[in-house]
Design a protein around this ligand. Structure first.
Ligand code: NDP
Ligand code: MG
Length: 398
């Protein structure tokens, strides 16, 4: 084993109070000889952030909601923990020389700028925040190459592909096959989807996750975002990325090579495994997580995704095909639509209408720079919000 593999890695956990963040802290807690939580950040959950800071004693704690800053600062005043506030603080602190790996587990577009800052500072990225690669995949992967930085996937499908590719560096990929659980509405038709409630959509059959990704999973937008994420992580064309619905969620994804051979990565649906794989890479670390037993799964099944009913997935393929700022548009429109659905302002299918209208109405930029992405995100959000405001009540079918 190399010397450097034995060093304790300092991890910045961005979004430590979320679903990925808390599971990452379990992994860190299980392996104090390998990892230290060096930075913890949250948006507004001050109580949980304080609890985590007391337990892990990170060098830095950041809360982006300014109103919550005083309570966090006071609660941690007696500890050797620096408390900061605001988004800018995240982007600055991730460049700290002591940090080895930045785990991006915050939600949505907010992940982009801290990730870019961390890459420029040469940090290894453990990427959960898929929206970063959806919004600006070309820019971010180019930067990573320039700075010789590894972007290690945390998303279970991409971790599976990454694991299948180990040792295959010189073997071209014929096809990536992303598996999808199909979410809570698999097999349902548009008539059914028109009336589904927030509670129904939040009830994912196989995974417990944050609200935004859970809605994305129900609408298949999550799979669309993952197709775009896969394109940039593995440098393939969109025609080389297939999606197969696999309701049991035990095959996490597959790679087909040029000889037709397919490698799959399997395991129980437990995000701690891909998180641990990304944090410890290139090592595998022994753990006590529950093991997969084939006898518990005598029937693994596969279906074609229903792109006519779940149109978000088709729209994501279209955005990827068009390129430029189109994936950034689809991401911003989707973030606003999901927030609208979660606030009972929008019906489930109307989310797709908002996204499609934004794709049609926003100006297309073929070769966007960072400023164009920031602008596209801002303008798409305004457009999407206006569309929601103007919608007749009949479109809101909750
Ligand atoms: P959660 O909603 O559970 O947690 C999000 C975390 O980020 C929280 O700590 C939250 O703080 C913080 N946060 C949210 N918005 C902002 C913002 N605008 N600025 C700063 N901090 C913010 O999300 P998940 O853990 O489910 O998902 C995180 C990312 O990982 C997403 O990009 C998702 O797509 C991806 N992912 C998640 C998987 C999962 O199993 N959950 C699987 C694969 C990918 P607070 O608690 O204070 O609100
Ligand atoms: Mg996934």
């Amino acid at each position: 084993m190399h010397q450097e593999n034995n060093k304790v890695k300092n991890i910045a956990v961005l979004g430590s109070t979320g679903s990925i963040g808390t599971q990452a802290l379990q992994v860190i807690n299980n392996n104090p000889d390998l990892f230290r939580a060096y930075v913890l950040t949250a948006q507004s959950n001050s109580a949980q952030l304080i609890e985590q800071a007391i337990a892990f004693l990170p060098a830095y704690v950041i809360i982006t909601d300014d109103d919550k800053y005083p309570v966090v600062k006071t609660a941690l005043a007696h500890l050797p923990v620096k408390v900061l506030n605001g988004h800018r603080a995240i982007t600055e602190v991730v460049t700290h020389p002591e940090i080895d790996t930045v785990l991006t587990a915050l939600v949505g577009f907010a992940g982009l700028e801290p990730t870019i800052a961390a890459i420029k500072a040469g940090k290894t990225i453990a990427l959960a925040n898929k929206e970063t690669l959806v919004v600006a995949g070309e820019l971010v992967t180019d930067l990573a190459k320039q700075h010789n930085v590894n972007i290690l996937p945390v998303d279970s499908e991409h971790s599976a592909i990454f694991q299948c590719l180990a040792g295959e560096e010189n073997n071209p990929i014929e096809k990536l096959i992303l598996t999808a659980s199909g979410g809570p509405f698999r097999g349902k038709n548009s008539q059914f989807l028109a009336d589904v409630t927030r509670a129904q959509a939040l009830n994912h059959p196989n995974w417990v996750m944050g609200a935004k990704i859970t809605i994305d999973s129900a609408s298949l937008m999550n799979k669309g975002l993952e197709v775009i994420e896969a394109k940039w992580l593995f440098d393939v064309s969109f025609e080389q990325i297939d999606v197969v619905v696999h309701p049991q969620s035990v095959i996490h994804s597959m790679v087909q090579f040029e000889d037709g051979s397919i490698k799959a990565q399997m395991g129980l649906p437990d995000m701690r495994l891909p998180i641990q794989y990304a944090l410890a890479h290139p090592q595998r670390v022994k753990n006590t997580f529950k093991r997969f037993d084939f006898m518990d799964y005598p029937n693994l099944s596969f279906e074609k995704p229903d792109l006519d009913t779940f149109r978000n997935l088709a729209l994501a393929y279209e955005a990827l095909n068009q390129g430029g700022n189109m994936p950034c548009i689809i991401n911003a429109a989707n973030e606003v639509a999901v927030a609208g659905f979660l606030a009972d302002r929008l019906g489930f299918l109307t989310m797709t209408t908002v996204i499609e209208t934004c794709m049609q109405k926003m100006s297309f930029i073929k070769k966007p720079q960072l400023a164009d992405y920031l602008n596209t995100d801002k303008e798409t959000r305004i457009l999407a919000q206006n569309l929601i405001k103007q919608m007749p009540l009949a479109a809101i079918t909750i």
